[in-house]
Design a protein around this ligand. Structure first.
Ligand SMILES: C[S@@+](CC[C@H](N)C(=O)[O-])C[C@H]1O[C@@H](n2cnc3c(N)ncnc32)[C@H](O)[C@@H]1O
Length: 258
């Protein structure tokens, strides 16, 4: 058995996925979320923005170009290292983006925010953990601020064989990403799926590497998320309603802080 340091070792569900994340999301087969441009369209120069689960910073940079400042929380060290790299090599002023490392979401965040972003994050948050997340965000938003969140619609999880979800070429290497649901349970609050991502690299027809990452996905429904947001102090905009000049779409939920 390992000693104390092993016992407390952080298991990073993005340890391998981080390496391939940007390639996978920018070369999808079929539709994909998140959509950085949509989240950026809700930002403006007066806003301090809170972004939870900033990942490699795709959405962060798009939002930061239009906002006064962005404060990012990102629990995965692997994703955070790419975020740090992307931010420091961007053309943004050095005081525009603040990256807050954390393992557990802190109850208290620095100051108040005018816009909150959850891009591609909700699927990682369990049903019972969402109320605390929403309350923490609500507690740090100004009156009338918008919280934008995608990924609330997956409920139909059942074991499924691998599907190719992304394919990219860089130089002579071809990269593929397959996803497979290896185990799934369903329940009234939405399903939980053990999801295996397999990343392969090929030189011509020769397989060079094959790496795996297992992640847990939490499904939920729009109506469950709306109920939890209402309880946390938000009013959810119906699709077609406006937040400033932006029309609330079907696949991203916009909630206004009461
Ligand atoms: C699919 S990635 C999305 C990254 C980024 N927002 C984007 O638009 O590309 C999900 C991110 O959420 C982070 N995450 C997972 N669970 C979280 C939680 N409970 N609170 C905050 N972030 C979380 C993960 O570490 C990961 O970086």
């Amino acid at each position: 058995m390992g000693g104390t340091s092993d016992t407390h070792r952080l298991v990073d569900p993005y340890e391998v996925a981080a390496l391939y994340y940007d390639l996978t999301v920018s070369h999808p087969i079929g539709n994909t979320t998140p959509q950085p441009s949509f989240f950026a369209s809700l930002a403006d120069v007066r806003q301090r923005v809170l972004e939870i689960g900033a990942g490699t910073g795709r959405t962060t940079l798009a939002v930061a170009e239009r906002a006064r400042s962005v404060w990012c929380l990102e629990p995965s060290p692997a994703m955070r290292s790419l975020l740090l790299n992307r931010v420091q090599h961007s053309a943004l002023p050095p005081d525009r983006v603040t990256i807050l490392p954390f393992r557990e979401l802190p109850e208290t965040l620095p100051g108040r925010f005018d816009y909150a972003v959850l891009a591609g994050v909700l699927g990682s948050v369990a049903h019972d953990d969402r109320p605390r997340l929403f309350r923490t965000i609500a507690g740090h938003l100004t009156h009338g601020a918008i919280l934008a969140s995608d990924m609330f619609g997956d409920t139909d999880f059942s074991p499924a064989s691998p599907v190719l979800i992304a394919e990219a070429r860089l130089g002579e290497i071809r990269y593929t990403t397959h996803v497979e649901v290896t185990d799934a349970v369903s329940g009234p609050e939405g399903g939980i799926a053990e999801t295996k991502y397999v990343y392969r690299t090929y030189l011509g027809s020769q397989l060079l590497t094959e790496e795996e990452q297992v992640q847990v996905r939490h499904g939920t429904t729009r109506s469950i998320v709306i109920e939890q947001l209402n309880e946390a102090g938000f009013t959810v905009l119906a699709p077609g309603q406006r937040a400033g000049s932006v029309v609330a779409p079907l696949d991203v939920l916009l909630a206004e802080r009461n």
